[in-house]
Design a protein around this ligand. Structure first.
Ligand code: PGA
Length: 255
């Protein structure tokens, strides 16, 4: 199965609704002819509804940056998957900022991944080690544990269609890029674990992205990787020109 590469822009907590409308409009114009790359924009919750109207019948799709693990109820301030399902195709789950700043546990992340899949959306499950863990030689064990926990409520068939983003915490927003070869090694290790636990089809089907300080200058080396299925872009996705260049690196890459 030939899978299209995935380029995901995570806008985090930037842009007002009018600003995001302008940004979406510009992306639509610049990227309208892209065919080989699946482009996903993850704006803030308030921007999702207007952006979804802008993106009808285009090649850009929307993702949410987070979701609540329960479908509905008395959970003041949360956003449910039921509400999101009308407007987005993807949901980021367990981003390191959620894990570190909002104390999201592996247990909650597994529940979120499950609720997202149950509603027909695709989770992009984010995993990655901290600098401390890397320095202690724990990268692989930490990331494998995060993945095993996050997938624990899913079936092999469901895992075949999800996305995992390997995002070393020390590389996020730091300008410190992970070597492509190291990201590829981690992706391969994760596929091996998934194969052992859920079988070959799940291991082959799951898409594995790299994220952390990807920009227009280094995107090419990730676009050329045969092991990685795309990138998750934070800071550079806020810069229209930079994001368009990143997508074009993936579009122009030879299969
Ligand atoms: P960055 O963020 O590209 O700014 O490093 C990536 C992310 O947080 O997903």
């Amino acid at each position: 199965m030939l899978k299209n590469k995935l380029v995901v822009g995570n806008w985090k907590v930037h842009f007002t609704v009018p600003e995001s409308t302008v940004a979406i409009e510009k992306l639509k114009k610049s990227l309208g002819t892209v065919k080989k790359v699946e482009i996903v924009i993850c704006p803030g919750f308030l921007d999702i509804y207007p952006a979804s109207a802008e993106l009808i019948d285009t090649n850009l799709v929307l993702g949410a940056q987070n979701v609540f693990q329960k479908e509905e109820g008395a959970y003041t301030g949360e956003v449910s998957v039921v509400a999101l399902a009308h407007f987005v195709k993807y949901v980021l789950v367990g981003h390191s900022e959620r894990r570190l700043l909002f104390s999201e546990s592996d247990r909650v992340i597994a529940q979120k991944a499950a609720v997202v899949v149950a509603h027909g959306l695709t989770p992009i499950i984010c995993v990655g080690e901290t600098l401390h863990e890397k320095e202690d030689g724990l990268s692989k064990i930490v990331v494998v544990n995060q993945v095993e926990a996050a997938l624990s409520h899913l079936t092999a068939l469901e895992i075949e269609n999800i996305v995992i983003a390997y995002e070393p915490v020390w590389a996020i927003g730091s300008g410190q890029l992970c070597q492509v070869s190291d990201a590829e090694k981690m992706a391969q290790d994760l596929r091996n674990v998934i194969k052992a636990l859920y079988g070959e089809k799940a291991a082959k089907g799951v898409r594995i992205l790299y994220g952390g300080s990807v920009d227009q200058k280094n995107a090419k080396s990730f676009a050329q990787s045969k092991t990685l299925d795309g990138v998750l872009v934070g800071g550079a996705s806020l810069d229209h020109k930079a994001f368009v260049e990143i997508v074009k690196e993936f579009e122009s890459k030879k299969k």
